[in-house]
Ligand binder design. Structure first.
Ligand SMILES: *[C@@H]1O[C@H](CO)[C@@H](O)[C@H](O)[C@H]1NC(C)=O
Ligand SMILES: *[C@@H]1O[C@H](CO)[C@@H](O)[C@H](O)[C@H]1NC(C)=O
Ligand SMILES: *[C@@H]1O[C@H](CO)[C@@H](O)[C@H](O)[C@H]1NC(C)=O
Ligand SMILES: *[C@@H]1O[C@H](CO)[C@@H](O)[C@H](O)[C@H]1NC(C)=O
Length: 484
């Protein structure tokens, strides 16, 4: 299961963060609450979409409240599908999914100068066609909090049950969405929870738990499964791309048969995987064609390079903010050209008092927002392999889309394709290209039980971040039950 730890570390490049600051709080007002947000700091004018934020209490004993952003479908009408969207980990805030991947606004990539980062509209927002509920989970992620420290001691199973609870309560408060087709979605590490949550919801439906949720299916992008194949498929993937030699490839195949690739017991296997990991570390694993982003400094305030004049200027402006606002542990600054620059900006936006006020963040709950955690809060890895849930849920009549950005070396499409095939479902629509504007945008295959596997050309680990237009087209067609 150390493989999971490794997966976590690789997932978000600018996730290297700071010690725990998520403290239990007493005295904040309790129970579910929500707020309609009509404007946001950094965005000019009224928001051209309907945004509601709020909290749902999912563990009364410990006072655990999960924070959500709900965006109503912009053009989908009354019957538009309803998507619960989750971001991977380690405890990454769902603001990553919202503002960096599939949501209606995103950060303008311009140098941070101490003024609140500006927002712009994402033309490929999945909220055009679907209602999307973005949830900060597990507790401790983003603005979700617990009043008692014990509340943070969760795992995959308890987190999934809390999300089921959240849906039950949310739909009780919003019965107007109960009839909309419900889908569960997430990528990376969240993709491992997705079929399990769908399983739990379907069990609730069978048991007659009210309100009856109108679950139709789920989607999982470059998903972890808890299986060795997520990791071991990096080897043939890297080989096919010319990152490793034929010889190393054959050595690994020869010595690592049946080994856990994260904790190999065979010495020769361990040695060759060491060489492998060194070579792989030369590329940006989340999107192998992009340059690796080198942090401008290890931590603001610790910069030693005196020649970096412009860098120092920005850093000193950060220091000013540190004294006046909540900004205490800003993430390492990345160069402006990096895809992760907007993730860097998210920290300053989310910690601004104006933003917290606009979002209705409860005082005394989350002292400092961090985009991702770094192993500072407990998380039990207790689901095991999620493949049996993929099988069970789809056999029971729910639809599934499993997709892979084909330039991801963290959870390569080769491994995902292999376990999807291993389910043994008959093919109903054989491997073919799917198109956008007359060009192939990826490849797809559909199995019985309505399980579709698709690749997205040019996309990386969190696919919509890299190929927003293609991912939007794929989502749009699949969720409306049209052929890719
Ligand atoms: C920072 O940049 C923004 C956007 O370019 C600009 O509007 C603002 O005036 C700048 N603020 C400072 C303090 O330079
Ligand atoms: C509260 O937290 C404790 C410790 O993590 C846990 O055992 C317990 O189940 C939690 N309570 C509820 C109602 O989930
Ligand atoms: C498969 O789904 C059925 C119906 O929801 C459930 O009763 C059964 O326990 C599930 N099996 C597994 C392995 O989860
Ligand atoms: C697949 O979904 C369609 C509706 O989209 C349904 O009619 C059909 O029965 C499903 N097939 C299976 C094998 O579940």
């Amino acid at each position: 299961m150390n493989g999971r730890g490794r997966l976590l570390l690789c997932l978000f490049l600018s996730a290297a963060l700071t010690p725990p600051r998520q403290l239990a709080v007493a005295g904040a007002a309790s129970s579910s609450s929500s707020k309609v947000v009509t404007s946001l700091p950094g965005f000019q004018g009224r928001l051209p979409f309907h945004l509601e934020t709020g909290y749902v209490e999912v563990d009364e004993e410990n006072g655990t409240e999960l924070f959500y952003y709900f965006v109503e479908s912009e053009v989908g009408g009354d019957k538009a599908p309803f998507l619960l969207w989750l971001t991977g980990g380690d405890r990454c805030s769902v603001l990553s999914g919202l503002a960096l991947e599939i949501g209606p606004f995103q950060f303008v990539a311009e140098p941070y100068n101490g003024t609140i980062p500006r927002l712009q509209i994402n033309p490929y927002s999945w909220t055009k066609v679907a209602n999307v509920l973005f949830v900060d989970t597990p507790v401790g992620a983003g603005f979700s909090f617990s009043r008692r420290p014990q509340g943070y001691d969760v795992g995959e199973v308890s987190t999934s049950l809390q999300l089921h609870e959240l849906l039950i309560k949310w739909f009780t408060d919003h019965p107007e969405f109960l009839a909309n087709p419900l889908y569960i979605g997430g990528d990376s590490l969240a993709g491992q929870l997705v079929p399990f949550i769908a399983q739990k919801i379907s069990e609730g439906i069978e048991a007659g738990r009210n309100p009856i949720l109108n679950l139709k299916g789920y989607l999982a992008g470059n998903p972890g499964t808890g299986e060795n194949i997520d990791i071991s498929s990096r080897v043939p993937y890297a080989h096919g791309l010319g990152i490793i030699s034929d010889q190393l490839y054959e050595t690994i195949l020869g010595h690592c048969q049946g080994e856990d690739y994260m904790n190999p017991r065979n010495t020769l296997c361990a040695q060759s995987l060491g060489t492998f990991n060194n070579l792989l570390s030369e590329v940006m694993t989340a999107q192998i064609l992009l340059d690796k982003c080198v942090y401008a400094s290890p931590r603001p305030g610790t910069e030693t390079d005196k020649s970096a004049g412009a860098g120092r200027k920005i850093l000193s402006e950060e220091a000013v903010i540190v004294t006046g606002k909540r900004v205490k542990h800003p993430p390492p600054r990345v160069p402006l050209g990096c895809i992760s620059y907007t993730a860097y900006l998210s920290y300053f936006w989310a910690n601004d008092a104006l933003t917290r006020d606009a979002l209705g963040i409860k005082d005394g709950t989350v002292d400092e927002w961090v985009r991702c955690h770094d192993g500072d809060l407990p998380y039990a890895v207790d689901i095991g392999s999620s493949i049996k849930y993929h099988r069970n849920v789809t056999v029971n009549g729910y639809r599934a889309l499993v997709y892979s950005g084909d330039h991801d070396a963290i959870v390569p499409h080769l491994g995902t394709q292999a376990w999807v095939r291993s389910l043994g479902f008959p093919v109903v629509d054989d491997w073919r290209a799917w198109h956008l504007d007359g060009q192939s945008a990826g490849f797809t295959i559909t199995y019985s039980n309505n399980l579709t596997f698709a690749t997205v050309k040019g996309a990386g680990h969190t696919a919509p971040q890299y190929e927003p237009e293609r991912c939007y087209a794929m989502f749009n067609r699949w969720i409306l039950d049209q052929p890719l």
